[in-house]
Design a protein. Structure first.
Length: 388
């Protein structure tokens, strides 16, 4: 390739980069920053063979590249550390760990379409990021004020950031009304489905009726969305955690590799308990259930769900506390299917059902759990004192 041809190619590349970056925001400024024309011409004179390589770099410098998605971030007050990321809709399999160094981090994954990514930070707060093929999303904020984190780069993420900032100042009823307004205005946005799931379903008091109404709006906008159709069907027919309904059928594998299902909850009183090694209150309920079950035997059945990311840590804690009933921990944390099946979204979180499988209570504190079990099964005395 001659020098004149190199100049012509460089000029074409510069124009293409400007046009591309203009669509990605930044226009010619982006192109000039990543590919200054004058410097490029002097560079091409002795190194014509590198033109093709430079072309590739130019066309990918303003985005994640075709078939990929990238998250870039910077945190204040967090110099070094790590956090987890998972995708509830198949963007990645399992979970990944993102490292923070000098307050900065980057996460780059293959993505041919779109997907939802959930970041889980060291304090176990969560943040959603919506991924798109070729997009770069930027996160900035203060690690001590995660609720004020700003996420930019795509319309869905900027809409979600705007909603979240406003919701920080709202009461629960105001927030529910705001979710309804957001979905009505943005039924095609992935943020709408996330808000329905996180604000109306994965709460201590799910609002199935409102969730179903809003899901119908989303499905009307895109009748081919199978995920929304399936969720709507589950919401309308299952309603797994409302008091007065029946325990749902389920199938899982516990930490010992044993199959566990609905038959495991067939005692006089049955408890589904969500816990984690990082939450003291949930462990306290777990230990108290162990002592009470030891005294009452087969009258009490328990199945526990551990939302830890580290299954080995979960098993060690179970052995240390001598917990022998089925415990399910698949490392998927909040995305574990059983949490959705039982409509649980908090730790501690629990459901209590009677001998017929009818749910009689949910999300009790340790004191409320003790009071209910003593009412159903009687008090327990150990050494002349009540068991606590």
């Amino acid at each position: 390739m001659g020098y004149a041809e190199s100049i012509a190619l460089a000029s074409r590349l510069h124009r293409r980069a400007a046009a591309y970056c203009g669509r990605r925001r930044g226009g010619g400024e982006c192109a000039a920053r990543h590919f200054p024309l004058r410097g490029a011409l002097s560079f091409f004179r002795p190194l014509h063979a590198f033109v093709a390589l430079v072309a590739v770099l130019v066309l990918t410098s303003c985005g994640a590249g075709n078939g990929r998605f990238r998250i870039e971030g910077r945190f204040r007050n967090l110099n070094r550390g790590e956090f987890y990321v998972y995708s509830p809709d198949g963007g990645i399999t399992g979970r990944d760990t993102i490292q923070v160094a000098d307050g900065r981090f980057s996460y780059n994954v293959p993505l041919s379409g779109s997907a939802t990514f959930v970041l889980i930070f060291p304090n176990f707060s969560q943040q959603v990021v919506f991924g798109e093929n070729g997009a770069v999303v930027k996160i900035s904020g203060d690690a001590s004020h995660m609720k004020e984190m700003e996420i930019t780069g795509t319309d869905a993420n900027e809409l979600m950031t705007e909603f979240r900032m406003a919701a920080n100042r709202m009461s629960p009823p105001e927030e529910k009304a705001a979710v309804a307004g957001f979905v009505a205005e943005n039924p095609a946005s992935p943020a709408s489905l996330y808000l329905i799931t996180s604000r109306l379903l994965q709460t201590t008091s799910p609002d199935y009726a409102e969730a179903a109404r809003l899901l119908r709006l989303v499905l009307k906008e895109d009748p081919t969305n199978g995920r929304v159709a399936l969720l709507l069907k589950q919401v309308e027919t299952l309603r797994p955690s409302t008091v007065g309904s029946r325990l749902p059928q389920f199938a899982a594998t516990d930490t010992e590799g044993r199959s566990v299902g609905r038959k495991a909850l067939s005692a006089k009183v049955n408890v589904v308990n969500a816990w984690a090694t990082w939450n003291y209150d949930s462990q306290n309920i777990q230990r108290w259930l162990r002592r009470y079950r030891k005294a009452k035997g087969s009258e009490l059945a328990v199945v526990s769900i551990c939302v830890d990311a580290d299954t080995a840590l979960c098993r060690r804690r179970l052995r240390a506390d001598s917990i022998d009933w089925p415990n399910v921990c698949d490392g998927r944390m909040w995305a574990t299917p059983l949490m959705n099946t039982f409509g649980l979204a908090t730790v501690p979180g629990n459901i209590v059902a009677d001998a017929s499988g009818k749910i009689v209570a949910r999300n009790l504190t340790s004191a409320q759990m003790r009071e209910l079990l003593e009412k159903k099964l009687g008090k327990v005395e150990t050494g002349g004192r009540r068991l606590r």
